[in-house]
Write a protein that binds this ligand. Structure first.
Ligand code: URA
Length: 233
């Protein structure tokens, strides 16, 4: 059971002091009864809550797929640069949201924004074997020796699949998320990454219809796909 002011503020409906004011004005109804005090408690997942007659759907957690643009930080807040959270409209910026895993400032593509720490941990831990797929463009001609070097494992990194798409472009699949990992792996075979985009997490591909900077919430099936361990390119 949770206080109604806490439930509504967690859902970004209003701040706790705004909820107090709404209660005074008799605007909140739960399970058919007008709420009279902010400390009244309800079961958040089952209570039928409405504000001004409009039903509120309680979501314990949110899961947002964003096509991150280059130039935006994958962080929750930053004093100077725009973050992926800043790209969300105010009404979606509920407390506790964070990008699950880092993409470099100049990397584009699939970033998951959530407030579900447990799922994020599972998705990111190398032990979970959740593979992330990237497309990289590089400044040298890629060879089959490079593919073998990736397969054998480069330096501190686990063996990785790389598939050459054309002379300067490749797909790479990794289940770790070490700092600048893809760039460092290519550097080790003498290539500089000139463009990097994350295309897939687990078995869930970035929605092709999302333009850079666009986002949408995920369905339950898609959330499950984030933790899929199958891999191979
Ligand atoms: N590897 C990198 O080098 N950069 C990213 O943003 C993601 C993976």
């Amino acid at each position: 059971m949770e206080r109604i002011d806490k439930i509504l503020s967690s859902q970004n409906v209003a701040t706790r002091s705004e909820v107090k004011d709404m209660i005074k004005k008799r605007r909140i109804v739960v399970n058919g009864k007008t709420v009279l005090k902010p400390d009244e408690k309800f079961e958040p997942e089952t209570a039928e809550i409405s504000v001004d007659g409009k039903a509120i759907t309680f979501k314990k957690y949110v899961y947002i797929m964003m096509n991150k643009p280059a130039g935006v930080l994958s962080a929750s807040t930053d004093k100077h640069a725009q973050t992926v959270i800043d790209l969300l409209p105010k009404e979606m910026q509920r407390r506790g949201l964070f990008p699950a895993g880092r993409l470099d400032k100049d990397t584009e593509g699939f970033i998951l924004i959530t407030d579900d720490g447990e799922l994020a941990h599972k998705m990111l831990s190398p032990k979970s074997h959740v593979y992330k797929l990237y497309r990289a463009a590089v400044d040298k001609i890629l060879t089959h020796e490079d593919v073998t070097a990736f397969k054998n494992g480069i330096g501190e990194f686990l063996p990785a699949d790389m598939k050459i798409l054309d002379e300067h472009t490749a797909l790479v699949e990794i289940c770790e998320g070490k700092f600048h990992q893809v760039k460092k792996m290519f550097n080790a075979v003498g290539a500089n990454v000139t463009y990097l985009k994350r295309l897939r997490i687990g078995s869930l591909f970035l929605d092709e219809t999302l333009k850079t900077g666009d986002f949408r919430e995920l369905s339950q099936t898609e959330i499950d796909e984030l933790l899929c361990t199958k891999h191979g390119i």
